[in-house]
Design a protein around this ligand. Structure first.
Ligand code: ADP
Length: 467
């Protein structure tokens, strides 16, 4: 393209030049005035044309050299596709995979050669939609779920695309796979939670309304029965109150789980306060709450009320799930490394099961404050340990003293500990009891570096263990 006008300009300029030459040579034939007019007119014309041709054509090659080569639209689209984290495929005639971005290759475990879509994705409804798109029919959205190798929920978007190719088969199908497994799982958990919560509330409510009917009817004049029923009704309302308290507490904790606590709390003082408040409950069942007096102060980064809730839940459980007359021992340790924090120095039994129910990412320099609650109750079978912190989970057939549980206490503990970037571990052996450990990060220590002797420079503050 840029050559053509230049060549034309040269030819025209040459013709005009020849005309000037011809007029000059005809000087003897023409009248001097006419000869002068014609020769200067042709000379001026040739000069002006030459000038405009030069100014018109010369910038073009310069601009072409300066501008970097631009990728074509197809290359840009390809580069974007490669980076998109959502699986995208282009399916050609016969259902052959012509293009697949890395996300699609990983999602469908495709080899280097794409092959047929039907061998990688055995979803008849998706394959039908792809065939329709390849015939140039309308696009479709297909949802499918697969249970193996792991449960997954996918929404497939299929769209026909007309390609600029000659021949009878210009249609391709674009297939986009949106993985909706986590949102489906969250949806189901919410539904399960609502179903569980309403079921838990409905049971005491049904029993209350049954007793009210009995008291208004057959037991109206039976004083002894009335007292007994009122006692049970009291227990049921207490249970409903506990459940509502726990549900509210859980939702409060969940709401600010992503916000790191900024204050500090002394786990030892909190532990003493919890022990004082639960001693009457323990004494009512002749349980000894053994808390050593000489515990060290255990300062951690934490929200005092939430740390109180954690320790209270664990001590209350230990009392609830211990037989009458047993001992519950509560201890605290300061400044522990991760390993020591997670595992109590003395095991409950040689074959006890240990499990970390929640834990912070490993950081060798982080130190922790720990509280351990050890009981000599029935213990928990190792197969139940992973489920302990699930909402509403209760070990089947367990005796729990007079106040039956809600199954929410350990879920609350886990959420609070997670918010504090701490850890929560359990060790148990059926027949020998259980030990629950909670460890929370110690605040960054502010160390004072003394200046070299004789120096009068002010002390320098450095953060130890947290640089
Ligand atoms: P609950 O309100 O039912 O006690 P939790 O969430 O605190 O709810 O505990 C969940 C389940 O874990 C309990 O129902 C009980 O089966 C079991 N559990 C918790 N702590 C102990 C313990 N110290 N000893 C034995 N089992 C326990």
């Amino acid at each position: 393209m840029p050559d053509r006008p230049r060549r034309r300009d040269i030819v025209i300029t040459a013709v005009l030049g020849l005309l000037v030459l011809f007029v000059l040579m005809a000087g003897g034939v023409l009248e001097p005035a006419a000869w002068l007019a014609a020769s200067s007119a042709f000379a001026a014309l040739a000069f002006i044309y030459f000038l405009t041709a030069v100014t018109r054509t010369s910038p073009r090659p310069a601009a072409q050299i300066a501008r970097p080569a631009r990728p074509s639209d197809a290359e840009s689209a390809e580069a974007i596709l490669e980076k998109i984290a959502v699986p995208v495929l282009l399916i050609g005639p016969g259902g052959r995979i012509e293009r697949a971005n890395p996300a699609a290759r990983a999602f469908l475990a495709l080899g280097a050669e794409g092959g047929l879509l039907s061998t990688s994705l055995r979803q008849p409804r998706v394959l039908e939609a792809v065939s329709a798109a390849l015939r140039g029919e309308r696009g479709a959205v297909v949802e499918y779920a697969s249970l193996a190798p792991i449960e997954s929920h996918v929404r497939a978007f299929v769209e026909p695309i007309r390609m600029p190719v000659a021949g009878p088969m210009p249609w391709r199908a674009m297939l986009v796979l949106a993985d909706e497994t986590s949102s489906k799982r969250a949806e189901r958990m919410r539904a399960d939670f609502l179903a569980n919560a309403s079921h838990e509330l409905r049971t005491p409510l049904a029993s209350l309304s049954g007793f009210i009917d009995t008291l208004r009817g057959p037991a109206r004049d039976d004083e002894e029965a009335r007292d007994r029923f009122l006692f049970i009704m009291r227990e049921q309302t207490d249970r409903m109150r506990r459940l509502i308290d726990d549900l509210l507490s859980l939702s409060r904790v969940e709401m600010n789980e992503h916000v790191l606590p900024s204050g500090t709390a002394d786990m030892r003082t909190i532990l003493f306060d919890v022990a004082d408040s639960l001693r009457p409950m323990a004494e009512a069942r002749s349980i000894t709450l053994d808390v050593p007096d000489d515990l060290p102060p255990v300062e951690v980064t934490g929200d005092r009320d939430q740390v109180y809730e954690v320790i209270e839940n664990l001590v209350e459980n230990a009392i609830k799930y211990s037989p009458e007359g047993a001992v519950v021992r509560v201890t605290a340790e300061d400044d522990c490394g991760r390993d020591r924090a997670e595992h109590a120095p003395d095991r409950i039994a040689a074959d006890s099961a240990r499990l970390l129910l929640a834990g912070p990412p490993f950081d060798a320099r982080q130190r922790y404050g720990v509280v351990r609650v050890r009981d000599c109750g029935a213990g928990i079978d190792r197969r139940y340990l992973p489920r302990l912190a699930e909402r509403f989970f209760r070990v089947d057939g367990q005796k729990s003293g007079p106040a039956s549980g809600t199954g929410l206490g350990l879920a609350i503990v886990k959420h609070i500990v997670t918010r504090h970037r701490g850890g929560f571990a359990v060790e148990s052996a059926p027949g020998a009891g259980s030990a629950f450990s909670v460890f929370l990060p110690k605040p960054a220590v502010s160390q004072t570096v003394k200046p070299a002797s004789g120096s009068v420079a002010s002390d320098t503050e450095v953060l130890a263990g947290q640089e």
